[in-house]
Design a protein around this ligand. Structure first.
Ligand code: AMP
Ligand code: ZN
Length: 156
């Protein structure tokens, strides 16, 4: 049984878990779901979340944490195999509001980086921090990237 956020405010990630909101899904099992970030910090940016609603990493059991990171690691391999982050990835968790967490549901950001993208990457981080976020990436583009990563995961 998946616990949704236990108050009246909706959690967009719980909405994605329950399929009431759209997402370009890369991977899903009983415990976690991974999907393309709609305001990517880099091309191919994936978010990996527990299906169980929790705001802070510490609310997850050691087993849940291990699974979240193990799946994140597999997804990084799949991203690299299709050319996202071949030279490096930012693995990022904003754990709490003061740490710039805007969606209060644990998520691991897997942000593929490329050589020489410092300026554009820093600009996008600034948009996230200020809450401006920038343009959403077209659903068709996110679907295309998700399909490539999914196919690559199947080959691992
Ligand atoms: P954070 O600042 O760590 O809470 O990051 C939240 C992330 O969720 C941001 O990178 C957003 O672009 C992303 N995000 C918010 N809503 C959605 C959505 N509906 N689908 C995909 N990504 C989302
Ligand atoms: Zn939630």
């Amino acid at each position: 049984m998946i616990r949704l956020k236990p108050d009246n405010t909706s959690c967009i990630f719980c909405e994605i878990v329950s399929k009431r909101a759209d997402a370009s899904v890369v991977y899903e099992d009983e415990k976690v779901i991974a999907f393309m970030d709609i305001h990517p910090l880099g091309e191919g940016h994936v978010l990996v979340i527990p299906k169980h609603h929790a705001e802070y990493v510490q609310e997850l059991s050691a087993v849940q944490q291990k699974h979240l990171f193990s799946i994140s690691n597999q997804i990084i391999k799949a991203q690299r195999a299709v050319g996202f982050g071949e030279k490096g990835t930012n693995i990022l968790i904003n754990d709490g509001k003061a740490a710039n967490q805007r969606v209060p549901h644990v998520h691991v950001h897997l942000v593929p980086r490329t050589k020489g993208d410092l300026f554009s990457s820093a600009f996008r981080v600034l948009l996230h921090i200020t809450g401006l976020m920038g343009m959403v990436t077209k659903r068709a583009t996110l679907e295309e990237q998700a399909a490539a990563i999914r196919a690559s995961l199947d080959q691992l």
